[in-house]
Design a protein around this ligand. Structure first.
Ligand code: ARG
Length: 480
């Protein structure tokens, strides 16, 4: 029997039932559904709907159900339409008629929105921690490689030398922004729909502020019509997930490139690479390719939900049942990828010699122009002169650093110290301003990164998170 069978005389068609049910996926909200119901039982007790005895019986039954879920002993029946129905049905089996009072003043519309928000609030710390693990790996590697040189690229063409640490940290900061976005998202997720009923609010004097506190939310939703249909938090989460995935894709793309024989900068450990069924010599970066490929799927999940939301009238429509699967899938995908990428980076071999060998003299042409600037020549002019030297070397098919002093002087105001420009380590040291690639700057960058990792985290349950925010412990440290 469904929760709504009263006004029906016939049964729902079997295939229609299969289409309608959300239990296959919303059973994942079981713990949150029970938690929300316990808070609701307290709220309607305080509103005079339940006697103290009924409240105790209902909460006792709900606690038993919670225990059944966590021990895997809960059994669903064929008539459970969704997780809310299943919990209420089981409560009836456990405590009898009193169970029928729990849904007073509540609708599955405010209930499901509450459960889903609770689930996301409960789950964000896990995703945050998974990101932290990859970030820690990047930091640990960066600390070892503040003086390891590699070519930096623009347009995938050799551009200027950088340090490996700087490159690794570039990926750290993208992930840091991803965590910032999750933190922002948390605040908009912690708005409580419960007590908004089906659409018009609850018909009983429920203290929604107390309910808000009881469930660890920040504030009650201010408008019941909006509250039951607001899925911004789900769309925002999918955007956060998609963008995180885009960052992982960028990292993965470069790992794929740098592990090719042509580059040979990195070599993946056997534990994190795969072979070919045909070509015995192959060692493939499949895991990074999957990280890159799944980005397409995650972007699709976001656009899918946005398309579902577009054109819906306000309040609840069953279309909204489509919100859960993409969120669960995006969450599962990221929490599966992040530790694997961390493991792969941690265990890969870094061929510093190959990276150093890939830095050619042309990559110091900018330094050459800056050498002239230090001698008082305007940059535009210096750029043209350095370009002339590059062309001369190219015409002669020699490396830039092998031009003779006469040839240098024929190009412009070069002196015998011009040859010192071609030390890439010196070039790197000169890029010493905040955010630059010099070992000193990168050291500071790493320190800054570590401070932020230690001071700004949501790796803790959301209720204590809220308390800490009040004490301003979550303020970012000033940037370098
Ligand atoms: N399974 C539904 C969902 O996920 C629960 C809400 C049902 N509400 C309703 N009015 N049919 O959205």
């Amino acid at each position: 029997m469904t929760l709504w069978s009263g006004r029906f005389s016939g049964k729902l068609n079997e295939q229609a039932w299969a289409l309608n049910t959300s239990l296959p996926f919303d059973r994942r909200l079981a713990a949150q559904d029970v938690r929300g119901s316990i808070a609701w039982a307290e709220a309607i007790f305080k509103a005079g709907i339940l006697s103290a005895g009924e409240q105790a019986t209902i909460i006792g039954g709900l606690n038993t159900i919670a225990a059944e879920f966590s021990s895997g002993r809960f059994t669903f029946t064929a008539s459970d339409e969704d997780i809310h129905t299943a919990v209420e049905r089981r409560l009836g089996e456990l405590i009898g008629a009193a169970a029928g009072k729990l849904h007073t003043g509540r609708s599955r519309n405010d209930q499901v929105a509450t459960d889903f928000r609770l689930w996301l609030l409960d789950s964000l710390p896990e995703l945050n921690s998974a990101i932290c693990i990859l970030q820690s790996t990047l930091i640990t590697l960066a600390e070892k490689h503040t003086a390891t040189l590699m070519p930096g690229y623009t347009h995938l063409q050799r551009a200027q030398p950088v340090t490996l640490a700087h490159w690794l940290m570039s990926h750290f900061w993208a992930l840091e922004r991803d965590k910032d976005r999750l933190t922002d998202l948390r605040d908009r997720t912690a708005i409580l729909p419960l007590g908004c009923g089906a659409l018009a609010g609850t018909g009983f004097p429920v203290n929604r502020e107390a309910l808000t506190m009881a469930l660890g939310f920040d504030a009650p939703a201010p408008n019941s019509l909006d509250a039951v249909s607001d899925r911004d938090f789900a769309a925002e989460f999918l955007f956060c997930a998609a963008l995180t995935s885009i960052h992982l894709s960028k990292l993965s793309e470069q790992i794929g490139l740098f592990t090719t024989t042509e580059f040979g900068f990195f070599e993946l450990a056997d534990a994190f690479s795969t072979g070919s069924s045909l070509m015995p010599q192959k060692k493939n970066p499949d895991l990074f390719e999957l990280a890159r490929g799944k980005t397409g799927t995650l972007i699709g999940l976001l656009t899918g939900l946005l398309a579902t939301l577009k054109g819906l009238p306000s309040t609840y429509d069953k279309d909204l049942q489509e919100d859960k699967v993409p969120v669960f899938q995006a969450f599962d995908t990221l929490t599966a990828i992040l530790p694997v990428l961390a493991g792969a980076l941690e265990t890969m071999t870094i061929h510093a010699d190959r990276m150093r060998a890939a830095i050619d003299a042309n990559m110091l042409a900018t330094d050459l122009a800056e050498y002239l600037v230090r001698k008082g020549i305007p940059f535009r002019q210096a750029h043209a002169v350095a370009g002339k030297a590059v062309r001369l070397a190219a015409d002669k098919a020699i490396s830039l650093e092998n031009l003779s002093l006469d040839e240098w002087q024929a190009c412009g105001a070069f002196e015998s110290d011009v040859y010192t420009v071609f030390d890439p380590l010196e070039s790197i040291r000169r890029h010493n301003a905040t955010g630059g690639t010099s070992p000193d700057s990168v050291q500071k960058q790493i320190q800054n990164a570590k401070c932020r990792m230690m001071n700004k985290k949501i790796c803790i349950p959301h209720s204590s998170f809220r308390k800490r925010r009040k004490n301003h412990e979550y303020r970012y440290l000033p940037r370098m």
